[in-house]
Design a protein around this ligand. Structure first.
Ligand SMILES: [Zn+2]
Length: 480
């Protein structure tokens, strides 16, 4: 926090200054965006913004391709996508491309990306209007066409993925974060955001609340030698908003513009944090893994996917319970070190077994094991770092505790904001069996070290432990 002020994502020069000042070694990447605007008048900036991007502002710099998904978006009695098309058509040659028109549900998969890539080929500028999924698709598509100028008109505060240089894609049924590109400009139109479906903004609230578990996972990973990318500055920039976010839960439930504005700001900063650190680890920990497994289960069973952030928020309460247990119960003198470093030959069948139920073909297990084995290999090599971590546990516990909120605080925030706090209240509802499976196996899906790995290697993370976590989350309005 600079002089007690919260970081302002619309002041990119100010952000660059703060980040540079806290990064003397130059470990952080540059913010690759030219402009971010959040507020009620930002739509009017669109012609000016696009002019600045189309071939240096010269006329004849190629047409503007407006990319959307098929869902209409209401804004003050009008339809936003049509409104944007009209605004652009007054100044440019505009082509409208609707991606995913033939499917019930749009996913960021290869098919959708191919469709978008064909639509944006040759464009002088691409304007995408919509949610995180279509934005992620366009980030990849325009990266593939050589970095065609890209403007995102954000229509819902549902995720933090707009303002970064990665995209979440569906690969073999598994969600993977892949490098894509920064958008050049992000316009977050507050009236549209305030009128967005309540469940979507509530999902964004859940994604934001994960700041109370995700960054702690990243820090933990750095402490045990499993991740060298940790940097406190971008994390602090986001965490500074935490108290206001929790205090503003009621205002969020009432869709007060100020609360939605704050949510967009914190989500935007989160995206920037991921972009400059080069990893989503700063915001995405165990709670995201649980959500990814829920998606995996749904995808493999042909069920519709729930909102990412809503699932993340529900999982955050469970993960907060895991942190609480770690803080209370870890006694380094009781640890059997040799048992903490399982052989790959022992783990492979275990990982495969975990995913056999969702995908009998074994393709998902292959995908997860190929990522997990890298984590296991590194873990086995960094035994010294783990021992050093335990030797200094009292100090690390104090530090980690400042980054994690109690289940009570988080449960109060989620229920206060009108966001689902229980797996069974998600839409579609996540069954107790699926929730248990997702929590139990979340550490096995990818190469990112989290508290779930630590507790797994300590021998804690079994069915009974997962049950305890779910019950603890249940005691604050979450859980099953
Ligand atoms: Zn997220």
């Amino acid at each position: 926090m600079l002089d007690g002020r919260l970081a302002d994502p619309t002041d990119l020069d100010g952000l660059r200054e703060v980040l540079n000042a806290s990064d003397p070694e130059g470990r952080l990447a540059e913010i690759g965006m030219k402009r971010i605007e959040i507020g009620s008048g930002v739509l009017g900036l669109l012609p000016e913004v696009v002019s600045g991007l189309v071939d240096g502002g010269k006329p004849g710099g190629g047409c503007v391709v407006l990319v959307t998904d098929p869902t209409p978006i209401p804004r003050d009695g009008e339809e936003l996508k049509g409104l944007v098309e009209e605004m652009l058509a007054g100044h440019f040659t505009v082509e409208r491309a609707v991606v995913g028109a033939e499917h019930a549900e749009l996913h960021a998969d290869e098919k959708a990306i191919d469709e978008a890539e064909a639509a944006v080929a040759g464009a002088g500028c691409v304007v995408v209007v919509g949610s995180g999924t279509i934005s992620d698709i366009c980030k990849v598509a325009t990266a593939r066409t050589g970095g065609t100028p890209l403007v995102i008109v954000q229509t819902v505060a549902s995720v933090n993925g707009y303002s970064d240089d990665v995209s979440v894609l569906l690969k073999n049924g598994v969600k993977r974060t892949v490098p894509s590109r920064w958008p050049d400009v992000l316009l977050a139109d507050l009236p549209t955001l305030v009128q967005a479906p309540a469940a979507m903004n509530a999902a964004g609230y859940g994604d934001a609340i994960a700041m109370y578990t995700g960054p702690a996972d990243w820090y933990l990973a750095s402490l045990v030698g499993m991740d060298d990318s940790y940097h406190p500055a971008p994390v602090d920039m986001v965490l500074d908003y935490g108290q206001a976010l929790i205090d503003g839960a009621d205002a969020m439930r009432r869709h007060e513009p100020e609360a939605v504005d704050r949510l967009v700001r914190v989500l935007t900063l989160g995206g920037i944090a991921a972009g400059v650190t080069g990893t989503t680890a700063c915001l995405s920990g165990t709670e995201h893994l649980v959500s990814h497994l829920i998606d995996l289960h749904a995808g493999q069973n042909g069920l519709p996917l729930g909102f990412h952030g809503a699932q993340v928020g529900v999982a955050t309460l469970v993960v907060a319970a895991a942190w609480e247990t770690l803080f209370e119960d870890l006694d380094p003198s009781e640890i059997d070190f040799d048992a903490c470093f399982p052989e790959p030959g022992k783990m492979e069948p275990f990982v495969r077994e975990a995913f056999a139920g969702v995908d009998p073909t074994g393709a998902v297990a292959d995908e997860c094991w190929s990522d997990y084995r890298k984590k296991l290999e590194r873990w086995r090599e960094r035994r010294g770092a783990f021992e050093a971590f335990l030797n200094d546990w009292t100090r690390h516990r104090t530090e980690l505790k400042t980054m994690v909120a109690t289940p009570e605080r988080l449960g109060g925030a989620m229920t206060g904001a009108g966001a689902p706090a229980r797996f069974g209240r998600l839409n579609p509802a996540v069954s107790p069996e699926t929730a248990r499976w997702a929590v139990r196996n979340c550490s096995l899906m990818r190469n990112r070290f989290t508290i779930a790995d630590l507790l797994f290697f300590l021998g804690w993370w079994d069915d009974a432990f997962v049950e305890k976590l779910l019950q603890r989350a249940g005691s604050v309005g979450g859980g099953l």
